[in-house]
Design a binder for this molecule. Structure first.
Ligand SMILES: Cc1cc2nc3c(=O)[nH]c(=O)nc-3n(C[C@H](O)[C@H](O)[C@H](O)COP(=O)(O)OP(=O)(O)OC[C@H]3O[C@@H](n4cnc5c(N)ncnc54)[C@H](O)[C@@H]3O)c2cc1C
Length: 390
């Protein structure tokens, strides 16, 4: 099974990419076709993906922390990183999540806020995929409002002692290092916590009906004692984890389009081959209206993503722009996935086709990295000057 090349690019938007960007995309597409697509339905069904193996494969191709510079990172443009996210998520949102959390959350936090020693210790191994990172912000009782976090870090002599818990943490069950955000007497601080530190445990969350090809965990911090060198010295206040989220959300703006594209490819192919009432279902006007509307939304979302990418590459990307992109592209992607499912009829609920898997995955993508409602509130605040969060 390989990525189908069907005429979804109605507007010839590919012409807006450079040769180098197309080449990077082709490399990622080949990697995904080789290492992910043949297996991903099975990983999803069994609720288990070979995260370590995948991380090594992705690391060998320079995909982990690819938009960061130095420390073994590839240093590509934001657009190239976005195109990679799209190709990864065309296979599965869980696989793209592995790369996003590693590169945009865990590695970015250390790269942006860590000491030189922390960067040397963690980043080269993480770029190669030999070390896996996770990012613990959400707690059982504090999701959309991380300012209320209950996890505490208190000073004990020159050490820090962390107590609390984090919930819904991607990669946590397999991570070597956890970036943990905790409240201190001076506000929120971040810590790069080796996961073999006594008192640190990560339990896999089982029974998810979404993102099943991704390892998600609950972290318990029970008197986790760390030297001050584990604190990310540049991270002060909630602004720090929020800036990491902006990085990761940018990847989602592109990634969600990949899931939608894969659904549309599948539905288009199905519609031209499936016959009812003596003709292909693609010959019915109602089916064509669905296909036309979906292709249009996909292309509009892609233009939005490219605009954000080019803006990021000029250093002018603002968080609310990323909110606009995440809100629109995930919302449209999930609508496309659900619409494509209708075109497949009963086969639409079968794991033999990727469509319902993508739709189910996108439920998580809609919720994590800021729910749609939170991004609406971000845009509402920008438009009105009034914060309506609380
Ligand atoms: C598979 C998966 C992986 C994840 N990975 C990570 C990870 O790696 N690291 C991490 O830190 N977190 C992770 N998360 C957690 C995710 O970021 C949170 O689930 C998300 O922020 C929402 O928090 P919540 O689930 O507590 O929902 P809540 O905050 O309780 O929200 C519930 C509902 O209320 C709405 N709501 C909340 N506040 C408002 C408001 N002011 N106005 C209007 N509506 C509001 C929300 O939009 C939502 O619809 C992951 C989640 C999932 C599902």
């Amino acid at each position: 099974m390989t990525t189908a090349v069907l005429p979804l690019d109605l507007l010839d938007l590919d012409a807006l990419l450079t040769d180098e960007e197309r080449e990077i995309r082709a490399v990622v597409r080949r990697l995904v076709d080789d290492k992910v697509r043949p297996h991903v339905a099975g990983w999803y069904e069994h609720g288990h993906a070979p995260v370590r193996e995948l991380a090594r494969d992705f690391g060998a191709q320079g995909l982990l922390g690819m938009h960061l510079t130095g420390y073994g990172c590839a240093g590509t443009s934001a657009v190239a990183y976005g195109l990679a996210c799209l190709e990864l998520e065309a296979a599965d949102s869980g696989v793209r999540s592995l790369v996003s959390v590693q590169g945009s959350l865990a590695m970015f936090a250390i790269w942006r806020y860590g000491s030189e020693e922390q960067k040397q210790r963690w980043l080269p191994g993480m770029a190669k995929g030999e070390l896996i990172g996770c990012f613990g912000l959400t707690e059982p009782d504090h999701g959309s409002d991380p300012a209320g976090m209950a996890t505490r870090a208190r000073r004990d002599g020159s050490d820090w002692v962390l107590d609390g818990g984090k919930m819904w943490i991607t990669n946590a069950p397999v991570a070597d290092v956890a970036v943990i955000w905790a409240r201190t007497d001076d506000g929120v601080r971040g810590f790069a916590v080796p996961t073999d530190t006594p008192g640190f445990t990560a339990r896999e969350i089982t029974g998810k009906l979404s993102l099943r090809a991704s390892a998600t965990g609950e972290i318990v911090l029970d008197g986790v004692r760390l030297p001050d060198e584990a604190r990310l010295p540049g991270a002060e206040g909630l602004r720090a984890p929020l800036s990491c989220l902006t990085e990761a959300r940018y990847g989602i703006v592109w990634g969600a389009l990949g899931a939608a594209r894969d659904c549309l490819h599948t539905a288009l192919d199905y519609a031209v081959h499936r016959t009812q009432f003596g003709k292909p279902i693609a010959a019915f006007q109602l089916t064509q209206a669905k296909l036309a509307d979906m292709a249009l939304e996909l292309q509009k979302g892609w233009l939005l993503a490219l605009h954000l990418g080019r803006t990021a590459d000029r250093g002018a990307l603002r968080p609310e722009m990323v909110s606009a992109g995440k809100l629109n592209n995930v919302r449209e992607a999930i609508a496309i996935a659900r619409q494509c499912r209708t075109i497949l009829g009963a086969n639409g609920v079968s794991g033999e086709y990727p469509v319902l898997r993508h739709a189910n995955n996108l439920e998580s993508v809609l919720t994590y990295e800021g729910t749609s409602e939170i991004h609406q509130l971000v845009l509402g605040q920008r438009l009105t000057g009034i914060a309506a969060f609380g």
